[in-house]
Design a protein around this ligand. Structure first.
Ligand SMILES: Nc1nc2c(c(=O)[nH]1)N[C@H]1C(S)=C(S)[C@@H](COP(=O)(O)O)O[C@H]1N2
Ligand SMILES: [Mo]
Length: 312
């Protein structure tokens, strides 16, 4: 992000819609496992335990970005800075089981969850979300996950909790990028508690009806569709409820370029490029970027009274 200009995809890199939407009847044990094995993608625990998917009224009805782009054009700096690096280096290297997520801080019930524990918190849903990277490209991705609010309810924040910090895996054995001081590892992101509790905010464990591929942040990642992509932290190992606003990795890397809020905002340019338009992967003509990435109806109220130029 910091060191790359907004990229352009060649038409030859775009593949036609590869998967029928019906394929998300999914994640039923061996079915998903076998399909993933065929793609050379890793699996989390027993793929079968993910259960049946519910569709969601919060889903977008826009055309899905092809699976090949969703899983082949990524930002996951722990595996390198090129868009192709995560798909090249994460599968097979990132060990996603066993995996635990430690939830701690200003809560009444601190606890370390296995992935299976997390999957018991709420039924999985499919959420088709528009996602927009700060670099100026966007995708429409059918995530599989459950609201972060369900986890928050379970651990019961106390009166002191105002922010939530997400800490992701930083293992130089598995992640070649972590061996260089490119970012201040581990990658950390944060949300205000009310943003974290918003019904759009997801903990995702899959996409396109199948277990999350390593390059997309297996086995569990955040998805916050009204914010720039970097807020959606991948491969989370720790969730901390805190009093003070966390300092995220990108804030540390470039405080004048990346603020804490990072709401998609066409009116606030990145210091080095405009944020007024975006390129939907697979399309040629740029689109206008919408305030809050098109989710203003649902989320603008979280920021009423705030100067979003100052709190960028
Ligand atoms: N741990 C970690 N999470 C991360 C990143 C990263 O480098 N490391 N990149 C972010 C950025 S900049 C974007 S745009 C999204 C990309 O998610 P995707 O590759 O699944 O589309 O992941 C975000 N989460
Ligand atoms: Mo991004």
């Amino acid at each position: 992000m910091l060191i790359r200009r907004p990229p352009d995809l060649l038409p030859s890199e775009i593949t036609p819609e590869p998967l029928a939407r019906g394929r998300r009847a999914l994640l039923k044990g061996l079915g998903a496992g076998a399909a993933l094995a065929g793609l050379g993608l890793p699996q989390i625990s027993q793929a079968g335990s993910l259960g049946t998917l519910r569709p969601s009224p919060l889903s977008s009805d826009e055309k899905l970005t092809p699976l090949k782009s969703v899983t082949g054009y990524n930002n996951f700096y722990e595996f390198g800075t090129d868009k192709e690096d995560p798909a090249r280096h994460a599968p097979g290297r990132l060990k996603t089981q066993p995996w635990t997520v430690t939830v701690e801080g200003e809560i009444k019930r601190p606890r370390t969850f296995s992935i299976d524990d997390l999957l018991k918190l709420a039924p999985l849903e499919e959420r088709i979300y528009r996602m927009r990277c700060v670099e100026g490209w966007s995708m429409v991705i059918p995530w599989v996950g459950f609201p972060l609010a369900e986890l928050i309810r379970q651990v019961e924040p106390n009166g002191q909790a105002r922010f939530v910090e997400f800490v992701t895996l930083a293992d130089p054995q598995q992640m070649p990028g972590v061996r260089s001081p490119l970012l201040d590892w581990p990658y950390v992101e944060g949300l205000r508690l009310d943003e974290a509790q918003h019904p759009l905010t997801l903990l995702a464990v899959g996409l396109y009806g199948e277990v999350l591929p390593a390059q997309n942040g297996a086995p569990i990642r955040l998805v916050v569709p009204w914010k720039y992509g970097f807020k959606s932290a991948k491969s989370i190992v720790r969730i901390r409820f805190v009093r003070e606003q966390p300092r995220s990795t990108w804030m540390k890397a470039g405080p004048s370029e990346y603020g804490f809020y990072s709401n998609v905002n066409p009116a606030v340019d990145h210091p080095r490029w405009s944020q007024a338009t975006e390129r939907r992967i697979g399309e040629f003509i740029k689109r206008k970027t919408l305030p809050f990435n098109g989710y203003a109806d649902q989320v603008a109220g979280l920021y009423s009274g705030m100067d979003l130029r100052r709190f960028f």
